[in-house]
Structures are given as C-alpha cells and as structure tokens.
Design a binder for this molecule. Sequence first.
Ligand code: HEM
Length: 441
Amino acid sequence: MPDGTSAKQGPSSAGARQGPGGAAPPQGSATATGAPGASGTQGAGSGRPGHPAVVLAPPGAPVPPRAASDQATRDRRAVALWLIAVAAMVWIMVALGGATRLGGSGLSIMEWAPLSGAIPPVSDAEWQRLFDLYRTIPQYALVNQGFGIEGFKSIFWLEWTHRLWGRLIGLVFAGGLVWFWARGRVPAGLKPRLVLLLILGGLQGAVGWFMVASGFEADSTAVSPWRLVIHLALALLLYSVLVWTAMTLRHPEREATPGARPLRALAHPVAGLVVLTMLAGGFVAGIKAGLDYNTFPLMDGHLVPEGYFFLEPAWRNLFENVASVQFNHRLLATVTLLLVLVTAGLGLARLPAGRARRWCALLGLAALAQYGLGVSTLIHGVPFALGTLHQSVAVAVLTAALGTMHALRRPRGAAATVPAVAAASPAAPGAPPARAAAVGR
Ligand code: HEM
C-alpha cells in the first residue's frame, strides 16, 4: 500500500510537531532517550550530530505530552502494519479459495475439525479412512469415480492448505490482538472493531463449512452458489474492514484536497459497483456460467443473449440462468470499468500529486487489467491459472477502490474549507494537497 505523506506532514502528526529540523522537541517538552552521560534531569547530547540535547525525566514522572503522542503514533503504525499483514493473508486466502474451487478440491475433506484438522493424514490407514468418506458423496460417484487414492490425494492438498491458511489467519489475528491489548497499545476506541473482526473471522470459518456441506447433498457435485457468494462476500467484508482500518491508522488526517469534490461523489458508486461486480462474478463461478458463451463481446452472436429471461419467476434468471448470470457480470464489469476510467481520468487531470491521485491511477490500471483477465478467462473456457488470477486481481481492484475512497474522505471542521487560493487555482502538478487538521477514523 502506498505510503502517503499525511502522517509526516499533517499538523497533528509527529513530523509537524517536530519543527522544521524534524528533530527538535518543542520547548518545555522532554524526551527520555537514555543518552550516554545523562543523569538525573540534566540535559545531555544525544551523541548524534544535529541532534539537540534532551532532558531525562525522573523515574515515575508523568509521561510528557510529546512523548505520549509519539508513542501513540508508533502504536497506530504498529497496529496498522499488523492489520495490513492480516489483510494480505486474507487476499492470499481468496486466491487459494479460487484455486481450490477451480481445481475441484473443495469437497475433498468431509470433516469439520477446526483444531485436529490442522494435522494432515500421516498413515495409510488415515488416508484410506478419509478416502472412504469421500467415496460416499455424489461428487465421487458422478465426477471422480474410480480415480483411486492417488487421485484423492491430488485433490486433498489444496483444500487442506486453504483450511490451514484460514487457521493461520485466525492465529495471527488473535495473537496480535492479545499482544497489543496486553501491552496497552490498541489505539483508543479501536477495541470493539477488532473484537468484531475476530468474531467475523470465526464466522467466516463456519460459513466456509456451511458452504462445503451443501456440496455433500444428494445429486450435488458442487457447492450451493448462494453459499459460495455469501462466503465470498464475508471475505470481502473482512478484507475491506481490515484495509480501511489500517489506512485510517496510517493516515488519520483528512485531506482537504483541491479538485476532490466531484471525485468524492464518484468514489462511492465506483466502490459499490466493484463489490457488486465481484458478487455477480461469484454467481458466474457458482453455476459455472463461464463454461458457456465463450466469446466476447457477443454471446452466441448476440449482444444480449437469447433466453435472458427464460426462467420463471423472472428473479431466478438473476441467479440460476447461465446466459443472464454471465451477461449481468459482463454488463456490471463494463459499467464499472467505464466509471473507473472516468474517475481515474478526472483524478489524474484534476488532483495534485499525492495519495488520492496515486490511488486513482492504480484503480484505473487494476480495473483495466481485471477486465482483460475476465475476457481471457472466458474465451479460454476458465482455465485454472487464469480463473485463479481473475479472482485474485479482483481484490486489487477492491483495494484500489477503497484507497481512492479513503484518500478522498470528506474533510472535517475547519479543514473542510480548502484554502481560497488552492481552490481557485488549478492544481499544479507536484503540489502537495492542503492538509486537514481533524483526526478521525
Ligand atoms: C471490473 C471487472 C471485473 C471484476 C471486479 C470481476 C470479478 C470477478 C470475481 C470476483 C469472480 C469470481 C468469484 C468467485 O470465484 O467466487 C469473477 C468470475 C468470473 N468473471 Fe469476472 N470480473 C470482472 C470482469 C469480467 C469480465 C469483463 C469478464 C468476461 C467478459 C469476466 C468473466 C468472469 C468469468 C467467466 C468468471 C467465472 C470464473 C470461474 O468460474 O472461476 N469478468 N469475476
């Protein structure tokens, strides 16, 4: 994630408080550095050229405001880093989920064992037991009949890795939470959100099992599309909250950027459309609609496929009709891409250099790549690698949409007013955006 400049330049940031030299503490404040030769409350040189003397606080003295705010900044950054690491793990999980589905592995483990399931089969007897279980489900009889224990092993490992990765995410998140909490380093007001994320993460594991279980039903060879989409939606929600929270911790100031207003109005619908297109993609994957109509832009020679509304009642076409489900995904993707390109174009033309402009550019690039990947995936009949890549790059588009929305957040209070000069004059390329004083989530 690009590192914006606000934390270093914002009026409420540590950098701004440090003064022009970037190192001198404000008068009257004290920073205990433990500099060699220092004792008691006597000033002492830091030993590094250009670093002024610091005053050591006596033991037990209240923490001076400057030191406290530096510590708060360090805590915010450390927590943000941890959340970014967890979000990256969730992203990998989404990619692994796509690979598991496309590799036909999703139904290979028929047990829900959150703890003991982390240990893979270690004996022939255990392999045989799991294979015997798999042979009882319709997918074995209808798709993989007679593929033997070696065939079973070849589909087992991806699903096992997917589940193991989920457990690791849980460990990294819960472990980090306990660590930061115990040391009193969770930024004020953030605890409820982190606890909610922990609960949602646990729920995602349960929803995953709920989805897999639907694939064991009579005559079923794949999971329920609805449950697949719910599983995907919850993953996207978790990912979005992680990323948004990390961004807010990294960039608490709201920037009053000249030229941002029309882009702000676009950023929300763009993010909404990206999510909608992704969920529509989930239905394409869920009913394997990508295996038909493998041409672009026409579908069987028509722009709008014949049989778009052939199911009754009509709403069923949205979720169960291959032609309409695929067409809707194409249509949503096209509208999304067009709106993204308008946003990116406007952003590049009107925004000054900075976070918001960079995110707009990234959003345009990610959406273009994703659209191209979608078309390639389709015309090649959804091969494993392209399908997995298409699912993974979708998360990049979502990230860029969130980043754009975040960088363009409405400034609060006094900062909401863009300085008259800045607002009146066109943004000079390379000029930094005006900074808002308000700090919030
Ligand atoms: C902004 C553009 C797009 C986004 C964000 C997007 C997103 C997604 C997502 C998230 C999935 C997979 C969901 C899952 O596996 O659970 C998906 C599946 C799919 N998408 Fe897209 N998509 C886009 C554009 C396109 C385009 C332009 C096409 C083709 C014309 C396309 C064709 C497909 C196909 C065939 C699948 C099913 C792949 C499979 O079975 O694994 N997508 N899309």
